[in-house]
Design a protein around this ligand. Structure first.
Ligand code: COI
Length: 356
């Protein structure tokens, strides 16, 4: 697979099951919410034990106005994907990684979390119940959004006495409007996404609303998104609003190390492992904005964005471009290697995919 490559006719023909698919335009998915059929709900009270999880028709949920999540932002989210393969099999990519990250985040946010087994089983059930929404092979994926919410009522600042685990799904295509073409990033110099000792490394809902103002103003100026710098030195790369960042120089790959302010992306981790398995040297370390401006290639990783090549970076009054508008060689190779595993076009030697 190369960026933007579509499956061959033969591959599409063998994907079959077309008759069970929902009747929507699969060629124009983008990354938006579509109402699907079912969601999964499971609750836990003060004993910290989740039980009685079940599927419900997708719809609005009822919450007390004094739910912890509404008043104090006690909530976490996850993101993972299911793929429909050419032979019709449905697979998940590393769901236990999301389950483990949710457990770590829940501990930080004073919430109980479902076990890894409960998480993976719930994801499987939700995907199967919404099977007709999983895009045909090569057209996209089913984005799975687990939430962990402090749903119990509180007034004083305290952990909510009830926690709700919820999963909904939506079929998705490319995250950025650029599709698979390189994105244009602006380095943010005034606002920061996270500070040491805060929750930058946790997928708490509260980390995401504060980036909207900065993102909106960058988009108004024609940028695809914003890249954050560290809050102390204001010179080391952190992450983009919704994804991690990698720089490539002389075929060596570097990405900011996880020191508590950066989200530990599952795609980030997978790309590091894929790159190493293909003989690349990969460093997790402090990466300065000067190195970014001097890189041969830059790309972003995330469940939603997959591997997105960066076409230009603007930092203060400087703008550098990479690859003359085309994705860099290393970005392209790693994108292909990862998506081939996810889509079943290459052997999954890593044992990362599980059939639903
Ligand atoms: C993901 O990539 O799955 C995320 O959770 C990022 C989100 C802002 C779309």
């Amino acid at each position: 697979v190369i960026f933007g490559a579509l499956p061959t006719q033969a591959e599409v023909a063998t994907s079959a099951f077309e008759d069970e698919l929902s009747n929507i335009d699969w060629d124009d998915l983008g990354f938006g919410i579509r109402k699907t059929d079912y969601m999964y709900l499971m609750k836990c009270g003060e004993d910290g034990v989740f039980s009685g999880g079940d599927l419900f028709p997708f719809g609005n949920i009822e919450l007390s106005p004094s739910a912890g999540v509404l008043n104090y932002g006690q909530g976490l989210f996850e993101g993972l994907k299911a793929y429909r393969r050419a032979d019709g099999r449905i697979v998940l990519f590393r769901p236990e990684e999301n389950a483990l990250r949710l457990t770590t985040g829940a501990e930080r946010m004073c919430m109980a979390a479902p076990s890894v087994e409960q998480f993976v089983e719930a994801v499987k059930q939700t995907v199967l119940a919404n099977k007709r929404w999983i895009p045909p092979f090569g057209k996209g994926s089913l984005y799975i959004r687990p939430l962990l919410l402090g749903s119990g009522a509180v007034l004083g600042l305290a952990p909510a006495p009830e926690v709700t685990f919820l999963i909904y799904v939506s079929p998705v295509g490319n995250y950025f409007k650029e599709g698979l073409a390189p994105i244009q990033l602006q380095v943010e110099t005034k606002y920061h996404r996270a500070t040491p000792g805060g929750t930058g490394n946790v997928k708490t809902i509260g980390n995401y609303a504060p980036v909207l103002k900065v993102q909106r103003s960058a988009k108004t100026e024609g940028f695809s998104d914003v890249l954050y710098l560290d809050a102390i030195n204001k010179k080391y790369l952190e992450e983009v609003s919704s994804c991690n960042i990698f720089v490539v120089k002389d075929k060596t790959v570097s990405t900011p190390a996880l020191h508590g302010t950066i989200l530990s992306g599952v795609t980030r981790k997978s790309i590091i492992e894929v790159a190493r398995s293909r003989g690349y040297e990969v460093h997790e370390r402090l990466v300065s904005v000067d190195e970014l401006m001097d890189a041969d290639e830059v790309f972003c990783t995330g469940t939603a964005v997959v591997v997105s090549p960066v076409g230009s970076i603007t930092y203060l009054d400087r703008r550098v471009t990479y690859g003359n508008g085309a994705p860099g060689e290393v970005s392209q190779e790693l994108y292909s290697a990862l998506t081939s595993i996810q889509m079943g076009l290459a052997d999954d030697n890593m044992g990362w995919t599980i059939e639903v």
